[in-house]
Write a protein that binds this ligand. Structure first.
Ligand code: TXA
Ligand code: MG
Length: 321
């Protein structure tokens, strides 16, 4: 674990004063505040412009501390905690009364996660309260995977961003809970579903908010970029737009469209590595969004492993063809 450096001391002082700090995690950057202090939690909602019906994830440093906020961890979820914490897994657990209603939006469960990023682990270890931290983006925008992303969008609203470099995983945590006793995934994310199934057997996936009141934040357009984003089998469209001389950009998993200029294309992983594609995805979407083009075309990835979570994010951001 990293030493307690000046940056962690500074972040701790700001959090102790009830203010917010941008924190790095292995998934995406978070906008963190003292989860047990309702005023600090209210600032999170205000700063992100987030509706209060969308509950937050509580971050802490070890399993012992988790029991300070939850009544119990059902055996099967404990198996997952033991296998994947610290890491990109969030568990929905029955909450204790000390967790403010604002954190859980009044739900009886609280979302908990132990992140693995060394800076944030050191920070969490130094605190005597957990951190509530949604992704550090304005509500309805792409999650940040670098400190500069946080600074671009929330820099003028928060006092400090703890810079932990580029997020290794690049997708938000996988959210898992129990639904009528069955292990259920509420948000596909940075922990590959197949790894979860290796431990607990087949699980059900319920991941859209419209039909899923348990994860009210999973709105259809949650990751929407600001210009038309078309996904699917884009081969014919690339050909057509190219012939018509239209200004467009392309994102692919590993394929190179030679007819498209370098500056207008992003290949997520030339080697075809799903982890690399996940890590690059949100930064790529930001770059595409800032390009001077009128439309963005993107392939879907093979719908397996992390590809499922990546495709889920692409679908939320897009118009499908
Ligand atoms: O990787 C992550 O999970 C990142 C990093 C910063 O930890 N955090 C993150 O938080 O993605 P956020 O707030 O952007 O997304 C949390 C999701 C929301 O969709 C919310 O609805 C859901 O978790 N959630 C939180 N508490 C819940 C609960 N008690 N029941 C159901 N869903 C819950
Ligand atoms: Mg978010």
């Amino acid at each position: 674990m990293a030493e307690i450096g000046k940056d962690i001391i500074k972040a701790k002082a700001i959090l102790d004063a009830g203010e917010l700090v941008g924190i790095p995690t292995e998934t995406v950057y978070g906008l963190a505040g003292n989860a047990l202090q309702a005023d600090a939690v209210a600032k999170i909602f205000e700063t992100k412009n987030r509706p209060s019906f969308d509950p937050l994830i509580l971050h802490t440093s070890c399993l012992d501390k988790v029991y300070d906020f939850v009544k119990e961890i059902p055996e099967v979820l404990k198996d997952l905690a033991e296998a994947f914490w610290p890491g990109p897994l969030t568990l929905l657990l029955p909450r204790k009364p000390n967790v403010p209603d604002l954190v859980t939006s009044g739900l009886e469960t609280v979302a908990v996660r132990i992140p693995s990023h060394p800076l944030t682990r050191s920070l969490l270890t130094s605190l005597n309260y957990p951190l509530a931290a949604p992704s550090a983006n304005p509500f309805g925008y792409i999650s940040p995977t670098q400190a500069s992303h946080v600074n671009d969008q929330l820099g003028d609203k928060i006092k400090y961003i703890l810079d932990g470099g580029f997020c290794e995983v690049g997708l938000e945590s996988t959210i898992v809970g129990l639904e009528a006793g069955e292990v259920t995934v509420y948000r596909l994310g940075g922990l590959d579903l197949t790894l979860i199934e290796d431990i607990v057997g087949p699980v059900q996936v319920m991941s859209h908010s419209s039909s899923n009141p348990k994860a009210p934040g999973l709105l259809k357009s949650h990751y929407a970029p600001s210009k038309p984003f078309i996904i699917g089998d884009i081969n014919d469209l690339v050909e057509r737009y190219h012939k018509e001389g239209l200004d467009f950009a392309v994102m692919t998993f590993k394929k190179d469209f030679y007819q498209v200029a370098e500056r207008n294309k992003i290949i997520l992983s030339p080697q075809g590595d799903m982890k690399e594609a996940a890590k690059n995805l949100f930064a790529a979407m930001r770059i595409l969004d800032s390009m001077d083009v009128s439309v963005i075309l993107s392939e879907l990835l093979p719908n397996e492993g992390l590809g499922k979570a990546i495709n889920d994010r692409l679908k939320r951001a897009s118009i499908q063809v």
